[in-house]
Design a binder for this molecule. Structure first.
Ligand SMILES: [Zn+2]
Length: 225
């Protein structure tokens, strides 16, 4: 069971396959391909979430050794998402702010090379997604996040820590503590109003549903601005 949870965590790519029906080889865009794509379709632009949502907090785990690989994967602690994803997140954060909460991001757009690196470190597709595929994070269409109290900046108690491989991390896992249950429910319900769907095995992972045509990208953060 753990293996399945891990595969999901790292972006097991069922949906990526659906969006590329006629290709066996993954279409990965570098900087030039991406720039051309946003000239044709401005909605594809990756936006810096700190600029779109100034109140947002970042705790980018893959920019530190505090992640399941125990290695620093990103050179910079930044969070980007495609324009419609960033806009939807901004609206969701407005609603959270009325409840006294703010969004804290653990991971957003993930350059494809990070997915490759995960595979190099773990080396087993039972544990991580194969680089032959890609994930919604690689497309700038998935966000890992939690909520903090706006005043104290403390994370609200949730069922598990980020990237936990335990069954308690499942979005519908039973929760005995009413406060934790309320927090998880608020997170899932508000985000679902703005077009995000929680991952079945990760309470912190949200796919933006309207991402048709967004390619897998391989551009490091430092080349995006
Ligand atoms: Zn995720």
């Amino acid at each position: 069971m753990k293996l399945i949870i891990l595969a999901f965590c790292l972006g097991f790519p069922f949906l990526s396959l659906v969006s590329q029906p006629s290709q066996n080889k993954l279409n990965v865009l570098g900087r030039k391909g991406y720039e051309l794509s946003i000239q044709n379709t401005p909605n594809k632009e990756l936006l810096n979430l700190e600029k779109i949502i100034p109140e947002i907090l970042l705790d980018i785990k893959y920019a530190t050794p505090d992640n399941f690989t125990k290695q620093v994967i990103y050179k910079e602690a930044k969070a980007f998402a495609r324009k419609p994803v960033a806009e939807a997140l901004r609206k969701a954060n407005l609603e959270f702010s009325q409840l006294g909460y703010s969004i804290k991001i653990f991971d957003a757009y993930r350059p494809y090379r990070a997915t490759v690196k995960f595979f190099e470190i773990v080396g087993d597709t039972r544990y991580v997604a194969s680089p032959k595929n890609g994930s919604r994070h690689n497309k700038g269409c998935a966000i890992d996040l939690t909520l903090v109290d706006t005043k104290t900046k403390r994370e609200l108690p949730m069922p598990t820590e980020y990237d936990s491989f335990r069954k308690e991390a499942w979005a519908e896992a039973p929760v005995s503590d009413p406060e934790i249950l309320k927090n998880r429910t608020t997170l899932i319900q508000v985000l679902s109003k703005y077009g995000f769907r929680v991952n079945k095995t990760e309470w912190w992972h949200y796919d933006f549903l309207d991402c048709f045509g967004f390619e897998v990208l391989d551009i490091p953060f430092e080349e995006l601005e």
